[in-house]
Design a binder for this molecule. Structure first.
Ligand code: EPU
Length: 337
């Protein structure tokens, strides 16, 4: 394994910020993970495990080692009449896995089509879209402890999945390198078309009994129309989480703003952050090369040469507007480093 020094990260993360890392190394084989971690000295630290860097905002150079996980492989672990269980290497591009499974007729992740990033990053934030979260098909994952090199299998319960959240974002943050993820998919899938925009798009296309292939196509179309392609314009998807507030606080807001967009949530009421940001007139705004996307204001973009600091400043201004107007503090969904 070659450890590169003073390497640019501009093309290794989707925001496309011009920053460097002191060291960079690519992990191509699972069995190399433990020896690699053991070989890194104090000088190489801190370590950062990265897939496609699709959920990161760098506000400066990284002072340690970036390990890019590029391991490949999908193997079938169990297969019966109803379900199929597959183990996917962490470095597999997530959307390639979705495309592969949909192509085979294995259902459960079609709503998660076109989410940027690698498979290993999926459980960390419990990726979700269009009414489905990864936790619904998650079996287990295998990870290696970065300091001790010990391998551990995490069950679904041990991952403590929540909305864009897991144990790997909270108590075990930065402690594990995920090696592979096991998914349990359906051989007789019933498409989930509850999400409003999916239903509308299917209707528009005249599809009354959608297959998982139809759902994948519709999700890809909606995402391509609404979300900027990171290959063309730097971004990391939703910059903020949709805030969950108490029901009594919501009732007060609803009186003042009857058109407020909300969804029921087990912990209260979830609000559409995109709506809150749009109400504060941020949609499509641009300050230098840092901007708020025209179609989806929850997404901040780098028009070319924005620094991470400039994107962060824009995010702070948006937060400030939303808190002044609605009394709600937006939490970043992106990891800010
Ligand atoms: N809305 C506006 N103005 C807009 C866009 C949206 O007011 O310009 C309101 C609309 O009422 C709309 C609602 O916001 O119905 C929700 O919008 P959307 O369906 O685009 O979903 P979202 O809640 O803004 C979440 C995820 C996305 C995911 C979509 C679809 C989070 C933080 N974001 O966005 O995930 O693709 O749902 O399921 O939960 C990501 O995590 O990076 C991401 C893109």
């Amino acid at each position: 394994m070659v450890i590169q020094e003073q390497r640019s990260l501009q093309y290794d993360h989707t925001f496309g910020i011009h920053v460097n890392t002191n060291y960079f190394v690519e992990l191509a084989h699972e069995e190399d993970a433990v020896p690699l971690l053991a070989s890194l000295t104090k000088d190489h630290r801190p370590l950062m495990i990265m897939g496609d860097g699709s959920n990161i905002l760098f506000t400066g150079n990284f002072p340690g080692t970036v390990i890019r996980v590029n391991t490949k492989g999908i193997i079938i672990k169990e297969d019966d009449a109803d379900s199929i269980t597959i183990r996917v290497s962490a470095g597999e591009v997530w959307d390639d896995v979705v495309a592969y499974c949909v192509g085979k007729g294995w259902g459960g992740i079609e709503n998660l089509s076109l989410i940027p990033g690698r498979t290993g990053a999926g459980p960390i934030q419990n990726i979700g879209a269009y009414g489905v979260e990864l936790k619904e098909v998650f079996g287990e994952l295998e990870a290696v402890h970065i300091e001790t090199g010990e391998k551990k299998v995490f069950s679904r319960e041990e991952c403590w999945f929540g909305y864009r959240n897991s144990v790997f974002q909270t108590t075990l943050r930065g402690q594990y390198l995920i090696l592979n993820v096991t998914l349990r998919l359906s051989r007789n899938p019933v498409p989930n078309i509850e999400y409003g925009s999916i239903r509308k798009e299917l209707e528009r296309s005249g599809i009354t009994s959608p297959t998982i292939k139809d759902v994948r196509e519709v999700v890809c179309r909606i995402r391509r129309n609404k979300l900027p392609d990171p290959g063309v314009i730097g971004n990391a998807g939703s910059f903020f989480k949709n805030p969950v507030i108490r029901s009594d606080q919501f009732e007060g807001l609803k009186i003042q703003y009857p058109e407020i967009v909300s969804y029921p949530d087990s912990n209260g009421v979830k609000l559409a952050a995109a709506w809150l940001i749009q109400q504060c007139d941020w949609k499509g705004k641009r300050i230098g090369d840092a901007g708020v996307h025209q179609e989806q204001p929850l997404v901040l973009v780098n028009y070319g040469n924005a620094t991470g600091q400039e994107i962060q400043n824009l995010a702070m201004m948006i937060r400030q507007s939303v808190v002044s107007r609605f009394g709600i503090l937006l939490e970043p969904e992106v990891n800010i480093l």
